[in-house]
Design a protein around this ligand. Structure first.
Ligand code: SF4
Length: 378
């Protein structure tokens, strides 16, 4: 039986599954297509890492688990169950833990959904992205909207009530009307949570090459802002309220795992490219699949007190509720005002930051211009 440190608050656990059916045009995540032969060996390597790290960290309690990717739903039922069993054996998982698995439409079978539910997964996150076929093709996604509808149906039948849909905006050729249609179609599926991400075109991706070559164009900044506003309004009309820059949820359905990351709750990450934050240190696993499978050592570095204070503000300001001065003071032994001094004045004068019920938070305008606010605070 696992005996956690009694004084320790629960942490989060993350497992990265870096396999995909094919590589999307905009993707620069640690994900690989055509590496099916490595899946079994990878699962065993992750299980060994889970066991080793749980011993090193003295089996802390955990109240969230997140299987992310890549495409975790490409694993077999046995492989998903093996990873979850290893986590349950190695850590003291709270009874009410939130256990999420990311899935891509077109890869979720009835059997896999049922196995996940039985193994304790209670939240599914589906990469739906867009309603329009032309946008899905442009993104290089493998699915169509019908498969999104089917996946939600499969998940519900398997007993999942807590379902997130990932959507995207700011895509080449996408209009605000397209996005409204996507959000409306998503709402027909009654998700409890929606993540709506603006496209970031990373260098080295096929989409970046097409944009640089003038074959594709991103929407103007103003159009992108209009899309974001459209998403916010349409989701609010359907009872999904914004609680973070890109995240919207029904009452009580906010993603606890991600909130933990934004409030600096310690977490352990397993698998290639996974990060951990534990004992005021950051650990980075090898970024490539080959390096991870070859047993390359992770890199660990301490986080200075100053970095920790900046991180608290940078991450906390992502959330609409902002950062409570009381929590900040408890964590860092000084108030936000003491830590950031005059640096707060300009963004407050510019209407980007505000104090509200004892918390410092971004205003509506500040949410749009978050990066420039953070540069001011650095
Ligand atoms: S499904 Fe996700 S992780 Fe896989 S290639 Fe596409 S964007 Fe990347």
């Amino acid at each position: 039986m696992i005996m956690p440190e009694p004084s320790q608050s629960p942490i989060g656990l993350y497992v990265h599954v870096p396999f995909c059916v094919s590589k999307c045009a905009y993707c620069d995540f640690a994900s690989y297509a055509g590496r099916e032969a490595d899946v079994a060996g990878y699962v065993e390597a992750v299980v060994r890492e889970i066991t080793r790290r749980s011993e090193e960290t003295r089996h802390p309690r955990a109240d969230t688990i997140f299987l992310g990717g890549g495409t975790p739903s490409l694993l077999s039922e046995l492989q998903v169950a093996r990873i979850l069993e290893a986590l349950f054996e190695a850590f003291a998982i709270e009874e009410e833990a939130e256990i999420t698995c990311e899935c891509n439409p077109g890869t979720l079978s009835k059997r896999l959904a049922e196995t996940m539910r039985k193994a304790g997964v209670n939240r599914l996150s589906l990469g739906a992205q867009a309603r329009q076929e032309r946008l899905l093709r442009l993104l290089g996604r493998i699915h169509d909207w019908e498969q999104v509808v089917d996946s939600v149906e499969i998940a519900r039948r398997a007993g999942f009530e807590n379902i997130n849909l990932d959507l995207m905006f700011g895509l080449p050729t996408q209009t605000a009307a397209d996005l409204r249609e996507t959000v409306e179609a998503a709402m027909e599926l009654r998700p409890t949570h929606v993540s709506c991400y603006g496209l970031i075109v990373e260098e080295g991706t096929p989409m970046h090459r097409d944009i640089t070559a003038g074959k594709l164009a991103l929407p103007e900044e103003e159009v992108e802002r209009e899309m974001y506003e459209t998403a916010r309004q349409t989701l609010a009309e359907h009872g999904l309220h914004q609680y973070e820059i890109s995240n919207f949820a029904r009452e009580g359905r906010q993603c606890r795992h991600n909130i933990g990351c934004w409030t600096r709750v310690p977490y352990l990450g397993f698998g290639c490219a996974a990060h951990s934050f534990f004992g005021e240190c950051r650990t980075m696993n090898p970024t490539t699949l080959d390096a991870y499978l070859a047993g390359e050592e992770p890199k660990t570095e301490p986080i200075s007190k100053e970095e920790a204070r900046f991180e608290s503000l940078m991450l906390g300001l992502r959330m609409t509720r902002g950062v409570k001065d009381e929590d900040f003071t408890r964590m860092h032994g000084m108030s936000i005002r003491k830590a950031f001094g005059e640096k707060l004045d300009q963004p407050i004068r510019d209407g980007l930051l505000e104090w509200h019920e004892g918390a410092l938070r971004l205003t509506r305008l500040g949410m749009d211009l978050q990066n420039s606010v953070l540069v001011d605070l650095m």
